[in-house]
Design a protein around this ligand. Structure first.
Ligand code: UD1
Ligand code: UDP
Length: 378
């Protein structure tokens, strides 16, 4: 029996690896275990609870004010020790976080094979997103198997000289999770304690803008610009309700609370559990975000997304017209929101539901490939 260890540490990795973990645990011929680094603690645990995943190993590394060196060193050291007592045949990692990069390096040092899920996303700019672009380029060099979400992602890997036999296009596991969650929920869970926000959503308020943001390259002036633009929109449009579950990073919490606290139609709330966030997306008018995962989920739900970044590694949604880049720029954000609020044609063009990121069967394709071509050593 081959031993496979899935390693992840943050909220988005957990969401995107959850269905794979659930199915791998039921797959014959594979002894599957889960290790969380807990680069995120509360936001990770929310996801584990919903998908009922109990990690076999927990490195519990998160500390307030952690920097990239802290995360990298803690993951490297934690996995070095773990691999002494539990040595998998292969690890599975996801995406472009520092957990993903450091876990891959730890496995490489220990001579353990690496499978990389969501491989091949690229902006071509090492500074944006920072440090994620560098993380994913490094992991692609180390990985033995690359599970790419789209054909564009596969082409990116090929153009970097990655062996085509090591790449398979599977669709994005984010859709597998989204469909699972969508089918399970029709309202907010009991965790949703903010009564006012609950009332706004449940009464199908027509103009809810759902906002998230956390990117390092937007820290400082970027977040100030974003919040000033939101303040202007809220003041000009009292009919609009801006709902903003604020990321727990103090570098996000501080500017957001400073600029936006106390505005009656801006609701700053704690990060929502994944099912509550999916419900909120379904009920919203459109989204404003710098998140990666939300750029993939929103098209599947037929919701326009304004992306607060200058570049994106997810050109599929932009190409299809669902997503638009507005940067962390005061005027572009304000104008983008204004247009979606007032121009019905623009809204309808962007709101067409389609799914460039998958059909909800990515997990099955990943497991087939693992079992057929790899874990049987063929
Ligand atoms: C990380 C990832 C980023 C991913 C994002 C998803 C890296 C370098 N960054 O960025 O790629 O898109 O997660 O959200 O890997 N915090 C808490 N509780 C939590 C989570 C975070 O208190 O549950 C606070 C802590 O103070 C922590 C800080 O947020 O130190 C920053 O977390 P960190 O993982 O370093 O960075 P993110 O911006 O979350
Ligand atoms: N999400 C959530 N609760 C929230 C905000 C987002 O569960 O309050 C989910 C969202 O559905 C998506 C993921 O978190 O699947 C995105 O995570 P994040 O923006 O932190 O990271 P990124 O995708 O940018 O790496």
């Amino acid at each position: 029996m081959k031993k496979v260890l899935t390693i992840f540490g943050t909220r988005p990795e957990a969401i995107k690896m959850a269905m794979l973990c659930r199915k791998l645990s039921e797959t014959e011929g594979i002894d599957h275990k889960v290790c969380v680094t807990a680069q995120h603690r509360q936001m990770l645990d929310q996801v584990l609870d919903f998908f009922e995943i109990r990690p076999d190993f927990d490195l519990d590394i998160m500390k307030a004010g952690q920097d990239l060196t802290d995360i990298t060193c803690e993951v490297l050291k934690g996995l070095r020790e773990l691999f002494k007592s539990y040595r998998p045949d292969m690890i599975l990692v996801h995406g472009d976080t520092t957990t993903c990069m450091a876990a891959s390096l730890a496995a490489f040092y220990a001579g353990i094979k690496i499978g990389h899920v969501e491989a091949g996303l690229r902006t071509g700019n090492l500074q944006s997103p920072f440090p994620e672009e560098a993380n994913r380029v490094l992991v692609s060099k180390l990985a033995d198997l690359n599970f790419s979400a789209t054909e564009i992602n596969r082409q990116n890997l090929l153009s970097e000289g990655i062996n085509p036999e090591k790449i398979i296009v599977t669709g994005n596991t984010v859709i597998d999770s989204l469909l699972f969650a969508k089918n399970k929920i029709n309202s907010f869970s009991k965790d949703m304690t903010d009564l006012l926000v609950r009332i706004i959503f449940e009464n199908h308020h027509p103009h809810i803008i759902l906002v998230t943001g956390h990117r390092r390259e937007n820290f400082g002036d970027g977040f100030i610009n974003i919040c000033r633009a939101l303040k202007k929109v809220a003041q000009k449009h009292p009919e609009v309700e801006i709902v903003y579950p604020v990321h727990l990073n103090p570098k996000v919490q501080k500017p957001v609370n400073k600029v936006l606290n106390g505005i009656p139609n801006v609701h700053l709330i704690k990060p929502l559990s994944y099912p509550d966030f999916v419900f909120a997306m379904k009920q919203s008018f459109f989204l404003l975000t710098d998140s990666g995962g939300i750029q993939e989920e929103a098209p599947g739900l037929g919701k326009p997304v304004l992306v607060m970044r200058d570049t994106t590694e997810r050109p599929e949604a932009v190409g299809a017209g669902t997503a638009k880049l507005v940067g962390a720029d005061f005027d572009k954000i304000r104008n983008g929101i204004e247009r979606l609020l007032t121009d019905e044609n623009e809204y309808n063009t962007m709101a067409k539901a389609h799914n460039p990121y998958g059909d909800g069967k990515a997990v099955g394709r990943i497991i087939d490939k693992l079992v057929r071509d790899y874990l049987n050593d063929r």
